[in-house]
Write a protein that binds this ligand. Structure first.
Ligand SMILES: [Zn+2]
Length: 487
């Protein structure tokens, strides 16, 4: 049994908490994950110490803060949802299935968004935040018009994350609000009280066809001067690809590179139309691609993440907004990612041949095709790799707040799971359950930025049961009614 000398060290704060569980998920996408008995010390907003030890060592540890034995509970990092627009929860179901036929962003969202007021954004984003928290998301990368109002919704609900006020000057509802959104970005940058709660700014250019060259250059300068991350939609639609060719004679990614914007630490979301030569200009050291499978299934089609892997560009999994997903839990996206190595077979030329002939030969060819792709991408289905796409890969996007990992120095965004719940039974592979199953009802505790959200043990019920949620829902209802009347 290892000694645990650091547990005996004087605690820096009476408010520190020492959690011990027989099942704590440690590690990240580089080391792999392991489930061990460990004590996790939280002080303020951070994890300050992690020591693998048994219960006896924990019980004998002298500690002046609060000690909590949570054995029987699995302790994990909270999920990180690295691309969303929380306020767009208000558009869920709007336009029906038919609106996804062409470009839903330009055909519907831009029109409605011209009527959305700042106070609406805060009220609607609160609802998206509640849904996110309930899904175990402690950190989001938010991108929307109304930056300071968004940050208000984070404060109202306890969510942490990076807020990127949307910047656009060529097309879209943000054109008239550009100065306002720049100001919101700088206000967030100077707001140390928000930073203390885990709410930080990022730069939020909308997309390559709605942002001009001079604005991209201004964004690149601001990223460099203030050490800000850039978070944008890139190559998300055929219209964007066409416009880049018509205006600049190159692809969106190549044009972006020519503006200098790719010199920044950059999260490029969707990448549906990214070619091999586009991928070659990305630098794995500072660029990360965002894959939002259930959203892309609705508004376009899933990006070819196999080519992203081949190019060696890191990628994460996120939900995008409720209007095109329709749920805010990134954990459910992982099963789709795992299944990508099988699903391509359904639309292969081998399937076409078999469909026409029904012959035994073509059936065997079809199965052989499935085996080839299945065997070529075993890592896609590995629970460690899947969970890394919603934990440590998005959690290391911006050094201002390391998340998605239980390690000293990381922010204390944690979840506790009741492993006696039937969704975990028989409990011999909890990581697989977290990646593949539907364990949401077993989520019973959540800490964000070192503070428990709701009541530990009854987190999901208490989150929605304390009156604040009803108040938020009632305001959002009234504002949505009024918005719909204005459209
Ligand atoms: Zn988006």
């Amino acid at each position: 049994m290892p000694d645990a000398p650091t547990l005996d060290a004087p605690t820096p704060s009476e408010n520190a908490t020492l959690l011990w569980s027989d099942q704590v998920v440690l590690g990240d996408h580089e080391t792999g994950l392991r489930v061990v008995a460990a004590a996790v010390k939280v002080s303020g907003t951070r994890i300050v110490d992690v020591t693998e030890c048994d219960r006896e060592t924990f019980e004998n540890t002298v500690f002046s803060g609060k000690k909590r034995d949570i054995s029987g509970r699995l302790l994990t990092p909270a999920f990180v949802n690295a691309h969303t627009h929380l306020s767009m929860a208000s558009f869920r179901g709007m336009g029906g299935a038919a609106i996804m036929r062409n470009n839903v962003i330009e055909d519907l969202y831009f029109t409605v968004e011209t009527k959305v007021e700042d106070a609406d954004v805060r009220a609607f984003a609160r609802m998206g935040a509640y849904e996110s928290l309930r899904a175990g998301v402690g950190v989001v990368w938010e991108h929307y018009y109304g930056g300071t109002e968004l940050a208000g919704a984070f404060e109202d609900t306890g969510l942490a994350g990076f807020v990127a006020p949307t910047l656009q000057d060529l097309d879209g509802p943000g054109v008239d609000r550009l100065d306002h959104q720049w100001q919101a970005t700088y206000d967030l940058l100077e707001n140390t009280s928000l930073a203390d709660k885990g709410v930080f700014p990022a730069l939020g250019p909308h997309a390559t066809d709605t942002v001009s060259g001079p604005l991209w250059r201004r964004i690149a300068d601001a990223a460099s001067k203030h050490d800000l991350s850039v978070h944008a939609h890139v190559s998300q639609s055929i219209e964007e690809y066409e416009r880049a060719h018509e205006r600049h004679g190159v692809s969106p990614a190549k044009w972006l590179a020519s503006t200098g914007a790719l010199d920044a630490r950059f999260l490029l979301v969707h990448g549906v139309f990214l070619s091999e030569s586009d991928l070659k200009i990305l630098d794995p050291a500072r660029h990360t691609l965002g894959f939002c499978p259930y959203s892309q299934l609705q508004f376009c089609f899933p990006a070819d993440v196999q080519s992203w892997d081949e190019a060696g560009v890191p990628w994460l999994v996120a939900t995008d907004c409720a209007a095109s997903n329709d749920g805010m839990g990134p954990q459910k996206e992982l099963r789709f990612v795992a299944g990508l190595r099988s699903v391509a077979t359904s639309w292969s030329h081998q399937q076409e041949a078999f469909h026409k002939s029904g012959s035994l030969h073509d059936a065997r060819e079809l199965q052989a095709r499935r085996q080839r792709t299945f065997d070529a991408w075993p890592v896609w289905a590995d629970p460690d790799r899947l969970l890394a796409r919603v934990w440590s890969i998005p959690g290391r996007l911006d050094p201002k707040m390391r998340s998605g990992v239980i390690a000293p120095g990381a922010w204390a965004h944690l979840l506790t799971w009741d492993v006696s719940h039937p969704s975990f039974w028989p409990g011999n592979d909890v990581l697989r359950t977290l990646a593949y199953a539907e364990p949401g009802d077993a989520l019973d505790g959540m800490m964000v930025s070192g503070k428990w959200i709701g009541e530990p043990g009854t987190f999901r019920q208490s989150l929605l049961g304390d009156g604040a949620y009803e108040e938020a829902r009632s305001e959002a209802n009234a504002r949505l009614k009024s918005l719909l009347a204005r459209i």
